[in-house]
Structures are given as structure tokens and as C-alpha cells.
Design a protein around this ligand. Sequence first.
Ligand code: ATP
Ligand code: MG
Length: 222
Amino acid sequence: MEKGRFIVLEGIDGAGITTQAHALAGWLTARGRPVLVTKEPSCGAVGSLLRQALSGQLRLDEAVVAMLFVADRLDHLTREVMPALQAGTDVVSDRYYFSSLAYQSLEVPIRWLAQLNAPCLQPDLTILIDVPAGVALERVTRRGKAREIYERPDTLDRVRCRYLDLARVFARAGHPLHRVDGSPAVAQVAAGIARQVEDLLAQPAGPASFLRDLVLDWEGWP
Ligand SMILES: Nc1ncnc2c1ncn2[C@@H]1O[C@H](COP(=O)(O)OP(=O)(O)OP(=O)(O)O)[C@@H](O)[C@H]1O
Ligand SMILES: [Mg+2]
């Protein structure tokens, strides 16, 4: 049996990641592919601690948050993601280690974050849903849920720039983040993502690799 494909969706808060994760799952299901949609922070024990930190309820140092994210990621990988992939199920993850690299690097050194995440499985495809911070915040405001600690225009703008810088660093390492314009209507964004996934599915599944296997060149990193 062929292993499932590991597809990650990334972007700033309000970019439409959750919306597109479900749209992509529908697209894969319609093609007869079993799919698991999952998210970070996960629904495990470490994930629930992280949600308290993101809501501002629990105050933790950024370095501690970065470590909790990795602990949650490894827990999520072993508990949910890898068993599904082994069983031939595609996994669509709403955020992954690129979120750690983009958000936490505002406070802690990027090289340290990359080292912490070294044991994490490399996705088969990563899509960066790119929108300006203003568009994302408008969507978050319209959605009406309580705001999280990063949901401020200046912070989201800086995180967006980090994602675009990460796209360049990972492209140099041969693992591009495929940028999709997240500004148009949901169906149009979904079609752009589906095109990337179609290309992935046309290729045979490659061997598993890990973040530690990539040679990341941080030269010129802000
Ligand atoms: N392309 C789009 N055009 C207009 N509105 C959208 C679009 N995509 C998503 N939305 C709406 O914007 C809001 C935020 O979308 P969503 O929850 O998918 O974002 P998110 O990136 O998952 O945010 P968060 O990081 O906060 O979880 C939702 O109300 C959603 O319906
Ligand atoms: Mg979401």
C-alpha cells in the first residue's frame, strides 16, 4: 500500500488556513483518497497547554512556548500523523513547524528553533496562504472569536515577512513553500491549492525525510 501524503497549510492568523484545510480535504475525498485533517496545537495534553498560552491566559517565556510547540508537534506526529500516513491516509495539517519558525523567530533565534525542530518529519508539500495583515485581521474581526496574542497588525505584518523569508530559505534547500495568493474568494484560493496538490499526486511518494536532513542557509536572515 502506498503511504499517504503529508500536506501542510501555513499562513498568518486569519489567512484562511482552517477554511482551506477543510476545502482540500473535500477535494481529496472526492478523488477517493482517505484523508485526516488535523491541526496544531494538537488536541493532546501539550496542545491544550499551548492553547492557554496563545489565548494569553497562561504567561510563558517565548523560549518555553517554542519548546512546548516542538513537544506538541512530536506528540502529534507519533500519535496521529505518522500512523495515518502509514495506513495510506493523506494528512492535511493546519500549521506545522513553519509556524514556529515564522512566529517564534520574532523573539528567539531562528537557528535554535530549527535545531529544536530537527527531529520533525518533512512534509511532502507545504502551501503558504499569503495575505496582507490587514486582510487577515479584517477576517479575524468578522469571525468574531476572542483575539489571540499575535493578532495585531504590526505583529502579523512581521510574521508575514518571516513566512516570505522562510519561503526563500526553504526554496534554496530544495523544499519550497508554495505561495498561493489567499486574498481572492475561498473557491479561487482552493483551486490554486488543488493545482499544487495535483502536481504532488502525479509524482511517486518519496522516502521519509526530516528537517535535520535539509541544509538550511540562514545567510541574510533578518
Ligand atoms: N478567501 C476568503 N475570503 C473571505 N473570507 C474568508 C476567506 N477565507 C476564509 N475566510 C473567512 O475568514 C475567517 C478566518 O478564516 P479561517 O478561520 O479559515 O482562518 P485561519 O487562517 O484558520 O485563522 P487562525 O489562524 O486564526 O485559525 C473565517 O470567518 C472565514 O470564513
Ligand atoms: Mg484556523
